[in-house]
Design a protein around this ligand. Sequence first.
Ligand code: NAI
Ligand code: MG
Length: 395
Amino acid sequence: MCKRTIVTMPGDGIGKVVLEETLRVLEAAGFKAEYVHADIGWKFWCNEGNPLPQRTLDILEKHKIALFGAITSKPKSEAAKELVPELADKGFVYFSPIVGLRQHFQLDICQRPCKTLKGNPLNFIRRGKGGTIEEPEVDVVVFRQNTEGLYGGVEWTDPPDQVYDALMTHPKFAKNFGWSPKDEVAISTRIFTKKYSERIIRSAFEYAKKFGYKKVTLCEKPNVIRETSGMMLAICRDMEKEYEGIWFNYTNIDAQMMWLTKNPETYGVIIAGNMFGDIVSDGFAGLIGGLGFACSANIGEEVAIFEPTHGSAPKYENLEPSIVNPIAMMMSACMMLDHIDEKTIATKIRNAVAKVVEEGKIRAYDMMKLSGCQEVLDQGAASTKEMTDAVIAAL
Ligand code: NAI
Ligand code: MG
């Protein structure tokens, strides 16, 4: 195996902890890599006025593959107050470095797998026939379009005249919104392009084919959002013809959120736009253990970044030893290994994690349904380090 170069971006808070522990697992599993650190997050905003410095973009541009912990983000006005005095009032405006990364490198394909691990006390259970208790096995991979739609950032309050005038040419705008003073109109757009809709849909079908999923579901709202969701559906209808043996279906996001607790085991690959993908993936993640387990990949044509979906959990930042669950980060690293064709090592790590969870002797506080604080260690919860040690022992 040749040595790979992997960029590591620990970021803030518990991002630093879970990434460090995950690197220990990668090493123990026999993954040979050179790690190049890159700066991202709150400290760089406060000290430099930029949470995503150019030097970080250059490192990513060069090495292409990154593991990312988590960052702390705050609203613009709060962020401005934390700048070092030399930078205050110099016109620096806070932006989310995650959105920044996705847009800069066009990381348009977001994958969020949600797979039940046997023995996880956080697994969703439901009542079956005759009052029995059932634990449905969830194995879903959400493909979320990561760069467009409602999170695309094209929005105005009191829109410029050209925008307002153009909207007034639409009969529904004139009738339903034209009565409001212009400066009291807020607009957030939902723009989809055919190119990036096709890319997310293609990658989902290809994934289903490669990994043997029999069902692909588009989760949007084409009956109401006719242009954007409608375009996604039309592309899916066209593309499904190329994939014999894969059953295509579509659901509406609202109904999907209801059904996902009713019959979560009947879904395989799910495709959605940016916001609905965000929502439906969090919904499924809740069924398999939540933030301590939810992993993700952001994949563009050149650069790919792998991260847990949780944030920096600032309230646990200074606990020594740390108590947070490192599994989401470890599973994100496995997605990276899949991506760079190190499948054997990925499988080895996944099996080790599954074994630790199933044995149930070592459990982080979230798996014991405790509320997080240092005392959980006295109540039998394992520290982050002990969780990692258990995974390493199980390798
Ligand atoms: P969060 O994900 O950091 O934490 C929410 C709660 O989930 C925590 O209090 C904790 O109870 C639990 N949790 C999270 N990760 C866990 C883990 N690995 N093990 C066990 N329990 C875990 O979200 P929150 O509190 O809304 O945001 C905190 C900061 O993180 C904010 O500044 C936010 O902007 C940022 N954030 C960053 C993200 C990223 O870097 N991708 C994603 C979400 C939030
Ligand atoms: Mg989310």
